[in-house]
Ligand binder design. Structure first.
Ligand code: HEC
Length: 163
C-alpha cells in the first residue's frame, strides 16, 4: 500500500513538472494576438514588395517584408533603418516567407522590451497561414536572437545590411 502511494506521488510529480515545462514556453493568448496583428491592415512593404531571396545566414527562404506604421516611421528616406538607430516600441515587422508563389510562413518581430515574452527587446514568433503556431512568442526568441544579434545587425534586424 505504502509503495503504491509513493509510486503514485512520484508519477504525479513527474507528470506535473513535465506538463508545466511544456506550457512554460507556449503562450497561446500572446500568439493569437500577434497572429491577428500580422493579418491586420496598415502594413507597408520593403522595396515595393519585391520577392527577395534569403541571404546567408538566413534560414527563412524567399520572402517579402512589411512594416506596420510604427516601424515604418523609423525608416530613413531610403526606406531602411539607419545603422545605430532603433525601432520604437510597438513596431511590428512581418516576413512573409514564400514557397513558390504562395506564403508558407509568417516570421514576426514585435518591439516590446517590457513584454514578458521579449528577448533582446523583441517578441519573436512564427505562424503558419492557418494561424497555427510554428514558433511560439512564449519561447522569448530562443533560437532567433543568437543569429539576429550577429554582425552586422540593426536593432537585431538583418535585412538592411543584406538586401
Ligand atoms: C541562422 C540565422 C537566423 C535565425 C536562426 C533566425 N533568423 Fe530571422 N533573419 C535572418 C536573416 C539573415 C534575415 C535577413 C533577411 C534574409 O535574408 O532572410 C532575417 C530576417 C528576419 C525578419 C525580418 C527582419 C530582419 O531581421 O531583417 C524576421 C521578422 C525574422 N528574421 C524572424 C525570425 C524569427 C522569429 C526567428 C526565430 C524563430 C528567426 N528569425 C531566426 C537570420 C536568422
Amino acid at each position: 500500500m505504502k509503495k503504491s502511494i509513493i509510486a503514485f506521488c512520484l508519477t504525479a510529480v513527474v507528470f506535473i513538472s513535465f506538463y508545466s515545462c511544456n506550457k512554460d514556453d507556449e503562450d497561446p493568448d500572446a500568439d493569437k494576438a500577434l497572429y491577428d496583428a500580422t493579418k491586420s491592415g496598415g502594413y507597408t512593404f520593403y522595396q515595393n514588395g519585391n520577392l527577395l531571396t534569403g541571404a546567408s545566414p538566413s534560414p527563412h527562404g524567399s520572402f517579402k517584408l512589411r512594416f506596420n506604421s510604427t516601424a515604418l516611421a523609423a525608416l530613413d528616406s531610403t526606406g531602411e533603418l539607419s545603422a545605430g538607430k532603433n525601432f520604437p516600441t510597438g513596431s511590428i515587422i512581418v516576413k512573409d516567407v514564400y514557397s513558390g508563389s504562395n506564403i508558407s510562413l509568417y516570421a514576426v518581430m514585435q518591439k516590446d522590451p517590457s513584454n514578458k515574452n521579449s528577448g533582446s527587446g523583441w517578441v519573436w514568433a512564427e505562424y503558419k497561414t492557418d494561424g497555427s503556431v510554428a514558433f511560439s512568442a512564449g519561447k522569448k526568441g530562443d533560437g532567433c536572437t543568437g543569429c539576429h544579434s550577429g554582425t552586422p545587425n540593426r536593432d537585431f534586424t538583418r535585412t538592411f545590411d543584406l538586401h
